[in-house]
Design a protein. Structure first.
Length: 344
């Protein structure tokens, strides 16, 4: 594929990942059922039947294989791609281990922080202060976003849809500034999530699991950091925030709500944006479309800000205002009800 258009190279990476993920997911689903690797329904879950959760392995393999092969064949010798894919593979293994044998939060965060630090030191980072604090902020942001994607994985198809849309926009942005390797990775990730959606769309037959949600979150956040490195390729800190506004808003809402109610911040529950929309009467599929549509709008706005097509300050004020208003409305939705047995 040497000499081909970068857009065509990315398209091949995306289509290749789509087919691999779509074909690989079903065998993994059957394996998970045979071995009993299933997510059991409980008071904090939405699904009502035991559902296998090895789908993230299909997404990870499809992304790594497609992006790696296409980058090598296209002779895009970008060391950044190899570092990001290697660290993302480590995160997928970490998530899989947590799926099979629950790990401590401290251990998970330590491994995630180490992988994020490697990406930041090797691939660069945005410059806020011009000191070592920039490295700390970049690592912290990757950590936050990675786990925010994990928290967003609470309803059929939501994370897969949001990731496919976000990665698609990141691919286009990377191509526009000549970062073909990063674009190929994002195209592969978008394709892998799209292929997985054939099995994860409501009613889902398989879940991503931690292996998938942590993997996609780490790749999206790492690509965003790479795109904004040194503020040379793309400028605008607002775009940095907009790209992952959906997961940021969801995690922020949950943290605020749980602190107000005196509940453990890290404990799972049915108090995310998707759950609140469900309480308002939307179906699971409608919720996926609504959240996916919001992700598309924020990502499009982020791209416009990156290339200075719209004023950054006006967009930032508007986004913050809309987010706060939305939080205020969603916080009014009752999600912490008390059942007859006295449990919330």
């Amino acid at each position: 594929m040497s000499g081909l258009s970068p857009w065509l190279v990315s398209a091949v990476a995306g289509l290749g990942a789509l087919f691999i993920a779509a074909l690989l997911t079903e065998p993994l689903r059957r394996l998970a059922l045979r071995r009993g690797y299933t997510d059991q329904p409980n008071a904090r879950r939405v699904h009502v039947h035991p559902t296998p959760y090895l789908g993230g392995i299909a997404v990870a393999i499809a992304t790594l294989v497609s992006a790696g092969v296409v980058t090598l064949v296209a002779k895009e010798h970008d060391a950044t791609v190899g570092v990001v894919l290697t660290c993302a593979a480590l995160i997928a293994v970490l998530g899989l281990t947590d799926d099979l044998r629950q790990l401590s939060i401290r251990f998970r965060l330590c491994v995630e922080a180490a992988a994020a630090l490697v990406v930041v030191l090797w691939c660069g980072h945005p410059v806020f202060f011009g000191t070592w604090l920039d490295v700390v902020l970049a690592v912290a942001w990757i950590l936050f976003t990675t786990n925010a994607f994990n928290l967003l994985d609470n309803m059929d198809g939501v994370v897969s849809t949001v990731t496919a849309i976000t990665a698609g926009f990141l691919c286009c942005a990377a191509l526009s500034v000549g970062m073909v390797g990063t674009a190929s990775v994002m195209a592969a990730l978008a394709g892998a999530c799209a292929g997985f959606l054939f099995h994860n769309w409501h009613p889902a037959r398989i879940f991503l699991g931690d292996a998938g949600s942590l993997f996609v979150g780490f790749l999206v956040s790492s690509a965003t950091v790479a795109l904004h490195r040194d503020n040379a390729a793309l400028s605008g800190y607002t775009s940095f925030f907009l790209i992952t506004l959906v997961v940021t808003a969801d995690t922020g809402l949950v943290m605020v709500a749980r602190r107000r109610e005196g509940r453990p911040v890290l404990q799972g529950g049915r108090d995310h944006i998707a759950h609140r929309l469900r309480r308002l009467g939307l179906t699971v599929r409608q919720i996926t479309v609504v959240i996916g549509g919001f992700a598309a709008m924020t990502c499009l706005t982020a791209v416009l800000v990156m290339f200075k097509a719209v004023p950054e300050s006006a967009v930032l004020v508007t986004v913050v205002t809309v987010t706060v208003v939305a939080w205020g409305l969603l916080l009014r939705v009752p999600v912490y009800t008390v059942r007859a047995d006295g449990q919330a």
